[in-house]
Design a binder for this molecule. Structure first.
Ligand SMILES: C[S@@+](CC[C@H](N)C(=O)[O-])C[C@H]1O[C@@H](n2cnc3c(N)ncnc32)[C@H](O)[C@@H]1O
Length: 221
């Protein structure tokens, strides 16, 4: 999944992953993390997710990274906000109402870029990437988060031979193996969602589950 692929999907409005409401499983599990008001939440591969507005409504600050300018503009316009714009080595930063979105490549981020983050939220980000990019993604994003940073990761699981991604199936064994070098992983919920996903059924998918993990960057690495 190269940048051109995502740019084209945004240009053509093929953004079937986008939800007009905050992710219900996030609203349900986020309070368990005990993230204090004023904390900063990192949202990788942010799209124009309403989850970011939900974080702001909870008194949290947001740092997102997203390749598509269309997605970022759509987010701010959709919320009636006019962001201030600055440029750094990571890309063009757009900021309004405590929400800062970098129009840039997540793979270009480093520990300095994420230094101020206390929490992270990964929905449709890790699972948006093919296996060949996931290792690099985990090393860049999870590996650069500050110690003790904690958050939620939401994945999808389905029989891998029944559908081509994205979204890709990322099973629990893979999540645990990939994140083990960086921190702790706890499974909070596993839910069968096939009945509510007609597009997966139409592709012949016979099992579809979503899994919510609590992840915490280990201290001392
Ligand atoms: C499946 S969408 C999910 C968006 C969002 N997380 C949500 O839940 O609505 C994946 C997003 O990641 C963006 N993306 C893909 N590769 C990226 C990269 N290397 N750096 C930044 N954004 C990227 C795409 O443009 C797309 O908006």
């Amino acid at each position: 999944m190269e940048a051109d692929y995502w740019m084209q999907r945004w240009r053509e409005g093929r953004t079937g992953w986008h939800q007009e409401r905050p992710t219900p499983l996030m609203c349900r599990h986020w309070p368990k993390l005990g993230i204090e008001r004023g904390s900063r939440v990192f949202v990788p591969l942010a799209g124009r997710s309403q989850d970011m507005a939900w974080f702001a409504s909870q008194g949290l600050r947001v740092l997102g990274v997203e390749l598509s300018e269309l997605a970022i503009t759509g987010f701010f316009v959709g919320h009636g906000l006019t962001p201030k714009t600055t440029v750094s080595r990571y890309g063009t930063h757009h900021e309004a109402a405590g929400i800062e979105l970098i129009c840039g490549d997540a793979f270009a981020l480093d520990a300095e870029a994420l230094a101020g983050c206390d929490a992270a939220f990964d929905r449709a980000a890790m699972i948006a990437l093919p296996p060949s990019l996931r290792e690099r993604y985990v090393d860049t994003v999870y590996g650069c988060l500050p110690r003790r940073c904690r958050g939620l990761l939401i994945t999808l699981e389905y029989p891998k031979d029944e559908k081509a991604g994205p979204p890709f199936a990322v099973d629990e064994a893979e999540v645990r193996a990939r994140l083990a070098p960086w921190g702790e992983v706890e499974t909070l919920e596993r839910r069968d969602i096939l009945a509510g996903q007609p597009s997966f059924q139409a592709e012949g998918v016979t099992r579809l589950e979503t899994v919510v993990y609590r992840v915490e960057r280990r201290a001392g690495l």
